[in-house]
Design a binder for this molecule. Structure first.
Ligand code: CP
Length: 360
């Protein structure tokens, strides 16, 4: 039995298979109407969501299954102090698969180590959002006709934008990918992406604070919202919130074959006047998310049927002699969790928390 916590839990071959399944679902939906009959998906959402929760629910319903769950922490027993580990054990009694969104980084990972059903990370703090990446990959494939040989611009909040982190992890494993990272200096990508992914694998990337300068070279422009809920200082958010606004005029600088993605919701970083441009793919991207979540649910349930035993985490290279300082890590609120670290760069003596990937 497998869970999906990081997009790196899926090989490139598996990503390609999910894209192929999603395209088959789009072409022949009737073949999938009862694939999950008598199966239940639990959606545990401790943070607000429109697309992720409802597309998961629509996905399960279109597969003939049922859904249960909650959409805010205050209506669950987390509000009485129940731990993520206990919640995962309980939901394993009621459902066949669960999707979790949580403000604390590493919370779905903790759930996956305690559940006896597959767990899907539906977004953990400013860390990862692997199923958004599945939606992004299908969108790029359908819009551009390929997922290789692309220059991808990522614009906005690259520090807290969890969709950006998962997308870079996924696209870095395809051939011919270049990234243009467009952000204010305060919102550059974090170290676990810069060093563990881009630098480690020699992926070409440039950084700029100018969207206009980057536009002409891009095949894909991935716009993001400045993530107000992740800022400790509201004045800093106010100062940075309007850093980038994509307008119809700026679209005039782009290639004719380029496409614009955005995980949504948007605030004002894409003018509504851009919506009518055929290159604006963000509403099609939200629909693609439902098809990819259908493909993912099918895959994880099939695997769980074939092998219902949860794989234990490999503890052979873990270190126990540090304390995670990231206030957004799940270890900050669930203090019974063991502090666990892994050395990610021996030469530079860098150790990262296994829950949130922040440097110790
Ligand atoms: N893209 C995304 O995660 O949207 P929601 O927050 O509405 O789920």
């Amino acid at each position: 039995m497998r869970s999906l916590i990081s997009i790196l839990d899926l090989s490139v071959e598996e990503l390609d298979q999910l894209i192929a399944t999603a395209k088959d679902i789009i072409a022949h939906p009737e073949n999938y109407w009862d694939k999950c009959a008598h199966k239940k998906l639990a959606t545990l959402f401790y943070e607000p969501s429109t697309r992720t929760r409802l597309s998961f629910e629509a996905a399960m319903l279109e597969l003939g299954g049922s859904v249960l769950g909650f959409s805010e922490a205050s209506s669950s027993s987390a509000s009485k102090g129940e731990s993520m580990a206990d919640t995962a054990k309980i939901l394993s009694c009621y459902a066949d698969i669960m999707a979790i969104r949580h403000p604390k980084e590493g919370a779905p990972f903790v759930a996956s180590n305690n559940a006896t059903i597959p767990v899907i990370n539906a977004g953990d703090g400013g860390h990862n959002h692997p199923t958004q990446t599945l939606a992004d990959l299908l969108t790029i494939s359908r819009e551009m006709g390929r997922v290789n040989d692309l220059t991808i611009g990522l614009c906005g909040d690259l520090k807290y934008g969890r969709t950006v982190h998962s997308l870079i992890e996924a696209m870095s494993r395809y051939t011919g990918i270049k990234f243009v990272l467009i952000s204010p200096k305060e919102l550059k990508i974090p170290g676990f992406i810069r060093y563990n992914v881009l630098e480690k694998h020699g992926i070409p990337y440039t950084e700029t604070d100018s969207l206009e300068e980057a536009m002409p070279q891009l095949d894909v422009l991935y716009m993001t919202r400045i993530q107000r809920e992740r800022f400790d200082d509201p004045y800093e958010y106010e100062r940075l919130k309007d850093s980038y606004v994509l307008t119809a005029e700026k679209m005039g600088l782009a290639k004719e074959q380029m496409c614009v993605l955005h995980p949504l919701p948007r605030v004002n970083e894409i003018s509504v006047k851009v919506d009518d441009d055929p290159r604006a793919a963000y509403f099609r991207q939200a629909l693609n998310g439902k098809y990819m979540r259908m493909a993912l649910i099918l895959k994880l349930l099939e695997e769980a049927k074939a092998n219902p035993i949860r794989e234990a985490i490999d503890t052979s290279d873990l270190e126990y002699d540090r304390v995670c300082q990231n206030p957004k890590c799940i270890t900050q609120t669930e203090q019974e969790l063991p502090q666990l670290f892994r050395c990610t760069d021996k030469a530079a003596d860098i150790h990262r928390c296994i829950y949130c990937e922040q440097r110790a």
